[in-house]
Design a protein around this ligand. Structure first.
Ligand code: FAD
Length: 480
């Protein structure tokens, strides 16, 4: 089999790459490959079983058409200029938002965001923007945050909600199929085929088969997301693809009553606190806030179960959840941030019998583990039903835990009740975008014809920027 272009992965970055090729009238014979399913066959059994069934061969939350986007909360960074002005740190620069800013100017990023936002609107995204109405109230909160050496970033967003995200991406999948994009589902890319310093194709294995096959193309795009970060890291070693040592974000998912978060939820929907507090002055931030949401588990290839969170447009809990993440940069001789994060996750998973672990903040403060009975009587009822009560401090390092607890206490001065004893910490929440691939300005690796977009190679860290990176690469490839 020979194609003009093969894309590994079908997340938002790949889907928008294919969409844009169609808009540009590009006649390339394109093949998208994903180890997961057609979006219409994707469902997470936890809805029925109440616990993570560790779907084999691949997790339905993170794999298949639209990748991690299908069950995401669908919070889309707005193109609104005011958001670009003050949200650089979160979305566009550094490890907080991927490294795309190193390759594109701010003006180019803005134009891409405007374009991508309009495509989402065309496919049915909500026209309402959260975070634009309550400017004075937000300013007061920002002033209070500054007194605690915290920044509170205001960033308008469009909220799809998990069920609406699924519908929207289904329409995109239909559109690509109608426009002759070849889609190969339930097929894993096991290896890359290179010839010297040029790409020649990929080695695939259908999930139902034990045999591998070779598929050829002179252009291959890696769009494997965080799910594929470990595989990608291995490919980089095997095929000498140049990388930089990135950072790793290690932290927890925090769940607390909506009543505590009511102002932030109402004024901003998502409040992005960032601080570099003493003694370590590591970057600590809140991320992916879900008002009236649900904590979720996701399973990775290496069998690790990580925690995440989402919220629906219609189905509501009475809890807000958000990630609190600490960015760790390691210096030489250590160059394995992904492995470091995996080790933290592996220890926590084994302490929790393969599940996500949950602990009351009050239990951490008194230096003890949480038990099932302490959670039964807890005022904050866990929304992730199969999380196992335990002691996160056995595995989350002293430095990370100190950063998180200091940060929680500082935010409590801005949002009273943020450090309430009954609030819950779930772990591990780890973001594996630490595998930063070295690219040129065309998103091409040192292997000729091999490109990387989206979260997997560290270029982006969210739906909107991942999608925008796909649009940009389609334009680059079409001009060649
Ligand atoms: C529960 C949850 C909630 C989220 N909420 C938000 C949110 O509200 N806002 C936001 O901006 N972001 C959110 N995110 C993050 C967002 O989903 C990602 O940033 C985005 O999906 C990245 O897109 P991508 O195309 O880079 O990769 P992904 O969406 O991760 O897709 C990668 C695809 O590649 C496939 N793949 C990987 N390796 C291989 C291989 N070897 N062979 C074949 N296929 C392979 C995977 O199966 C997957 O389908 C959330 C994520 C999760 C899990």
């Amino acid at each position: 089999m020979k194609y003009d272009l093969i894309v590994v992965g079908m997340g938002p970055s790949a889907a928008f790459l294919a969409y844009e090729l169609i808009q540009l009238g590009n006649k390339k014979n394109v093949l998208l490959i994903d180890q997961g399913k057609n979006i219409k066959n994707r469902s997470c059994p936890i809805e029925k079983t109440g616990k993570c069934m560790k779907c084999k061969p691949f997790c339905n939350i993170t794999c298949g058409f639209s990748g991690a986007g299908a069950f995401s909360d669908g919070k889309l960074l707005s193109y609104h200029m005011s958001s670009l002005g003050n949200s650089n740190d979160m979305y566009l620069g550094g490890n907080g938002g991927g490294y795309i800013k190193e390759y594109l100017t701010e003006e180019e990023i803005k134009d891409l965001l405007v374009y991508t936002d309009n495509v989402y609107l065309d496919f049915g995204a909500d026209t309402h923007l959260e975070g634009l109405e309550y400017k004075d109230e937000i300013k007061k909160l920002q002033e209070k945050a500054a007194e605690q050496d915290l920044s509170l970033v205001s960033c308008p967003i469009r909220h799809l909600g998990t069920e609406k995200a699924h519908i929207l991406y289904t329409k995109i999948q239909d559109y690509l199929e109608e426009n002759n994009i070849n889609m190969m589902y339930e097929t894993e890319v096991k290896d890359l085929i290179t010839d010297g310093d040029s790409i020649k194709g990929v080695v695939i294995k259908h999930n139902s088969s034990t045999e591998t096959e070779e598929v050829y193309a002179d252009e291959v795009v890696l769009a494997v997301g965080r799910k594929g970060a470990s595989w990608l890291s291995n490919m980089c070693k095997v095929h000498n693809i140049n990388t930089k040592i990135g950072a790793v974000d290690i932290g927890i998912r925090y769940e607390l009553p909506d009543s505590v978060m009511k102002d932030i939820n109402k004024y901003m929907y998502e409040g992005k606190f960032i601080g570099r507090l003493k003694p370590y002055e590591d970057k600590v931030r809140t991320f992916c806030q879900n008002p009236s949401g649900f904590v979720a588990a996701e399973v990775y290839d290496n069998g690790l179960t990580l925690v995440n969170g989402h919220s629906y447009k219609d189905k509501k809990s009475t809890n807000t959840n958000l990630a609190i993440l600490v960015t760790h940069h390691f210096t030489t001789p250590f160059d394995k941030p992904i492995e470091f994060g995996e080790n933290v996750a592996r220890n926590l998973n084994s302490l929790a019998n393969g599940h996500v672990m949950v602990q009351r903040l009050g239990d951490i403060k008194r230096g003890g583990r949480s038990h099932e009975h302490s959670l039964t009587n807890n005022s904050v009822v866990p929304t992730l039903k199969d999380a196992v009560a335990g002691d996160l401090t056995y595995s989350v390092g002293y430095r990370t835990m100190t950063d998180i607890l200091t940060f929680i206490n500082a935010v409590d001065k801005v949002v009273p009740g943020f450090a309430g004893d009954d609030n819950l910490l779930y772990g591990p929440e780890i973001k594996f975008y630490s595998n930063e691939i070295k690219l040129d300005k065309n998103f091409e690796t040192n292997i000729k014809g091999l490109y990387s977009i989206g979260d997997g190679g560290g270029l982006t860290t969210g739906l909107m920027m991942a999608s925008a990176s796909g649009v940009k690469l389609a334009r680059i490839i079409s001009q060649k």
